[in-house]
Design a protein around this ligand. Structure first.
Ligand code: PAF
Length: 283
């Protein structure tokens, strides 16, 4: 496994792999790799011949007051996990390699980004889509792998790829969870043991919602009420949003019919956590 820091090096290694007839799978990350990332790397390895992982804490997707400076960074531990997952190439650029000049060209997806997380994280998705467009142009993957945990991010990236005719496929993989059900996230390491226990209520509330849908409840207001009730079992969880939305447009829906997304963002102490579940009335 190679670890490279420059765009020129990635291009050279990937060009050679492609020349050898290999398909390229790509997992973009901000490092602090965990089981969720490993499951994406494994999915990439199962589908593609050559797997590239990028490790770059992208400054343009962090707003003022967010955790850019304290975001966990440990390239050696990350490299170890990539090696164990049979990754072929890590691209770990410095910020100056990705943003040598102040950026004046951005990629922005409208409408889908002003809801859910976009409400409280102004400019976040513009930073995500811009860096992903840059990374896709650098790596030129056949398939890029994203996690369902960041459901809105996956929806936005898919739309960018469709709208801009980018020549790759976006594959969205299931959320990896701890035994308690808590969605695995790099930010979980900010949580105390007690907060972790309370954080398990996030998935428990999504499961409750799923159960109610299975029992025939489709009214979004009632489903949201039930989720709020479950989360209220924690003395510390502060709900940022709980929404039931269309899984393509992210628009709020009054009733679940077919597929929909139940999405939650909460604050637990200083840590912001998100999770979601796909609801389905057809099965
Ligand atoms: O999901 C993430 O870790 C980041 O948003 C991504 C896709 C790597 C872009 O910086």
């Amino acid at each position: 496994m190679d670890i490279v820091k420059t765009i020129a090096q990635v291009r050279e290694v990937v060009r050679k792999a492609r020349g050898d007839g290999k398909t390229i799978g790509f997992v973009p990350t901000m490092g602090a790799l965990h089981g969720g990332h490993v499951s994406l790397m494994e999915a990439a390895g199962n589908k593609c011949d050559f797997v590239v992982v990028s490790i770059f804490v992208n400054p343009t997707q962090f707003g003022p007051g967010e955790d850019l400076d304290k975001y966990p960074r440990d390239i050696e531990a990350d490299a170890e996990k990539c090696r164990a997952a049979d990754v072929d190439l890590i691209f770990a650029p410095e910020a100056g390699e990705m943003y040598p000049d102040k950026l004046i060209s951005w990629v922005e997806v409208e409408k889908l980004t002003d809801k859910l997380c976009g409400r409280s994280r102004e400019g976040h998705f513009k930073g995500v889509t811009t860096v992903c467009a840059k990374l896709f142009n650098i790596v030129l993957p056949d398939i890029a792998f994203f996690g369902q945990k960041d459901a809105q991010q996956a929806i936005v990236i898919k739309r960018m790829v469709t709208d801009l005719n980018m020549p790759l496929v976006i594959k969205v993989c299931p959320t990896a969870r701890e035994q308690s059900g808590l969605a695995i996230s790099s930010r979980n390491q900010y949580l105390s043991e007690d907060e972790k226990k309370q954080a398990a209520l996030i998935y428990a509330s999504l499961q409750k919602c799923e159960q109610l849908v299975k029992e025939g409840e489709t009214n979004s207001e009632k489903l949201i009420e039930a989720m709020i009730g479950k989360l209220a079992e924690s003395p510390c969880i502060i709900v940022e949003y709980i929404n039931i939305v269309d899984s393509d447009t992210v628009a709020d829906i009054a009733r679940v019919s077919g597929q929909a997304l139940a999405a939650i963002a909460v604050k637990l102490g200083n840590t912001r956590l998100i999770d979601n579940i796909i609801l389905d009335t057809t099965g």
